[in-house]
Design a protein around this ligand. Structure first.
Ligand code: C2O
Ligand code: CU
Length: 491
C-alpha cells in the first residue's frame, strides 16, 4: 500500500481504548497507558476530557511482579495520551482527588497564560476535592506533555504526567505513531516508591532524584509489532525527574524530525540529538530496513545498557518491497523570527548546589547563609543570587521584543533550563575547559528546554510574543524545588 493512503485508523486499530459516558456532564475517558504505548483520545473540539488525579496501583515492574502505589491521571501511568489537531481547542476538566493541591501544566504549549497551570503564579493550586477547567488552543503541531506544577518533584515522581500530541493539519503518512514517556523510578526492594527521598536535601544538592528502574509508558519492557519496510514515528519524552536520557537506536534507519515539538530538517541523529534532558522531546522516524524476523531496539545507556523498547519485525511479511522515500520536513509551526539587532539582553547566573561554593543567597527578600537556606527553606541553588521564586520578575519584555538570555552555569552540575509559554533558540555556547574557553557548535533548533552543562555559558534568544507571567526554571525537579526557579513578564 502506498504510504499516502495509510489512514490514522490503521495505526490506532486494536488499541482497545474506550470512551465511556457517565452521569457527569462530561464524558469520562477510560483511557490510560495502553499496551503498546499507543494512544488516541479524541478530544473533539466540543468535548471536555475529564482528568482525575488520584491514587492508583500499577504493575510497573512487569506483569505478575506486584503492584506499586502511584498517583496518576485516571489512576494510571502515564495519564491518557491526549490527541488534538493543530489550531483546535482542548478542553479539560481537571479533578483533584489527591490529598494535596495540584494543577496541570501543559509543557511546551505556547498557551494562554491563564491556562499555564503554575500554582502561585498563574493560578492557585486546585485544592483536594476541587476541579478546574483548562481550555486553550494549540498553536503548534508536535509532541508535548502535561504534568502538575505544584510540588512537582513529588507529584511527577509518583506518576502524574501524560503526553499531549498535537497533530499536523495535514496527516503525516506513517505506519505507526507511537508516543513514549520514558521515566525512572526510585523503588524499594518491596516494589514501592522510596517516599523517604522526596524532598531530601541530598538529592536536591546533587544531580536530583535519579531512579533505579526505568519504564516506558509504565512498562518495564515494551514490545511493538512491526513489519520489514514499515515507517514509524516515535515520539519520545523524558518524564524523569532528573535523569538525562542517553538513547541508542539499533536495527533500523533513524532520522530526527522534531525537537521539543518543533520540526527540524530531517537528519541522522547527531551525538547530542539522543541526549534528552528532563522534559525534552525528540520525534524520530524509524524505517524498518531489517529483514523479516529481525528486530530493532531503543536502549537507554546513561547507566548501563537497558533495552527499553523492542520492535519485532514480522517473521515473514514485508509491508512494501522498497523502503519509503526520505521523510520530508514537517511543516514549520507559526513561530516568529528573532530580531537579533536590538534584543533585550539579560543574564542568568546559576550558582549553588554541592561543590558549588555558594555562601549565601536572597530568599523571600532576606539574605541567608547557605546553612540557613537549607535549614529554613530546603533551598541550595540560586539564580542571580536569589533562591526560589522572586517577588519581582527577573525581567519584563515588551510584547514582540526579542530577548537574549545568557545562562552561566557556575555550578558542578548540568541543568535543563525550561521556559514557559515560548520556544527559544540557542545562539552561542562556550565551555570552560582546562585549556581555556572552548566554543561549542550551537544548535539553533527551537526548544522549550535547553541543557546547560557544568562550566558552560549558553546564550539563547526568543521572541517574547506571549503576554503574561512565565516561569523559567531547571526541569531537574529537585533543583527547581531547591531554588532554581524564576519568572519573567511579557507586557
Ligand atoms: Cu514541564 Cu515548569 O514545567
Ligand atoms: Cu538543575
Amino acid at each position: 500500500m502506498p504510504s499516502k493512503t495509510i489512514s490514522r485508523r490503521k495505526f490506532i486499530h486494536g488499541l482497545g481504548l474506550g470512551v465511556s459516558a457517565c452521569a457527569l456532564p462530561l464524558p469520562v475517558l477510560a483511557g490510560g497507558p495502553l499496551p503498546h504505548g499507543a494512544m488516541l483520545l479524541g478530544a473533539r473540539p466540543q468535548d471536555a476530557v475529564l482528568m482525575d488525579a488520584k491514587k492508583g496501583q500499577v504493575e510497573l515492574r512487569g506483569k505478575g511482579l506486584g503492584k506499586t502505589d502511584i498517583w496518576g491521571y485516571g489512576g494510571k501511568v502515564p495519564g491518557p495520551i491526549l490527541r488534538v489537531k493543530q489550531g483546535e481547542e482542548l478542553k479539560v476538566r481537571f479533578n483533584n482527588s489527591l490529598d494535596q493541591g495540584s494543577t496541570i501544566h501543559w509543557h511546551g504549549i505556547r498557551i494562554d497564560n491563564k491556562m499555564d497551570g503554575v500554582a502561585g503564579l498563574t493560578q492557585e493550586a486546585v485544592s483536594p476535592g476541587e476541579s478546574f477547567d483548562y481550555h486553550f488552543t494549540v498553536p503548534d503541531a508536535g509532541t508535548y506533555w502535561y504534568h502538575p506544577h505544584n510540588r512537582t518533584w513529588e507529584q511527577m515522581a509518583r506518576g502524574l504526567y501524560g503526553l499531549l500530541i498535537v497533530e499536523e493539519s495535514e496527516p503525516i503518512a506513517v505506519d505507526h505513531d507511537l508516543a513514549l514517556a520514558f521515566d525512572d523510578w526510585q523503588m524499594k526492594p518491596d516494589g514501592q516508591l522510596e517516599e523517604e527521598s522526596f524532598g531530601r536535601i541530598g538529592e536536591r544538592a546533587h544531580g536530583g532524584r535519579i531512579g533505579n528502574m526505568m519504564t516506558v509508558n509504565g512498562n518495564s519492557d515494551m514490545q511493538v509489532d512491526v513489519k520489514s519496510g514499515d515507517r514509524a514515528r516515535v515520539r519520545i519524552c523524558n518524564t524523569a525527574n532528573a535523569r538525562i536520557l542517553e538513547l541508542r537506536v539499533e536495527g533500523c534507519a533513524v532520522h530526527v524530525v522534531a525537537l521539543d515539538g518543533q520540526p527540524v530538517e530531517p537528519r541522522e541523529p547527531e551525538a547530542l540529538d539522543l541526549i534528552i534532558s528532563p522534559s525534552q522531546r525528540v520525534d524520530l522516524i524509524l524505517d524498518m530496513d531489517g529483514a523479516p524476523g529481525g528486530k530493532a531496539v531503543i536502549s537507554e545507556v546513561s547507566d548501563m545498557r537497558l533495552p527499553l523498547v523492542r520492535f519485532d519485525l514480522h517473521p515473514t511479511e514485508k509491508s512494501r518491497s522498497k523502503l519509503l522515500p526520505p521523510f520530508a520536513k514537517l511543516a514549520d509551526n507559526p513561530l516568529l523570527a528573532l530580531d537579533r539587532v536590538k534584543p533585550l539582553e539579560v543574564k542568568l547566573d546559576m550558582t549553588g548546589g554541592a561543590m558549588g561554593g555558594m555562601s549565601s543567597a536572597i530568599y523571600k527578600g532576606k539574605e541567608l547563609s547557605v546553612r540557613e537556606l537549607v535549614r529554613e527553606a530546603g533551598m541550595i541553588w540560586a539564580f542571580n543570587g536569589v533562591a526560589g521564586m522572586p517577588e519581582k520578575p527577573w525581567f519584563s519584555a515588551k510584547k514582540g521584543q526579542t530577548v537574549e538570555i545568557e545562562m552561566i552555569n557556575n555550578t558542578s552540575f548540568s541543568h535543563a533550563m525550561h521556559m514557559h509559554g515560548h520556544h527559544m533558540s540557542e545562539v552561542s555556547r562556550v565551555r570552560q575547559t582546562r585549556a581555556g574557553l572552548k566554543t561549542i557548535n550551537t544548535r539553533p533548533d527551537w526548544r522549550d528546554t535547553v541543557l546547560v552543562n557544568r562550566g558552560e555559558a549558553v546564550k539563547v534568544a526568543f521572541v517574547a510574543d506571549n503576554p503574561g507571567k512565565w516561569m523559567f526554571h531547571c526541569h531537574m525537579l529537585e533543583h527547581q524545588a531547591g531554588g532554581m526557579s524564576t519568572w519573567f513578564e511579557v507586557a
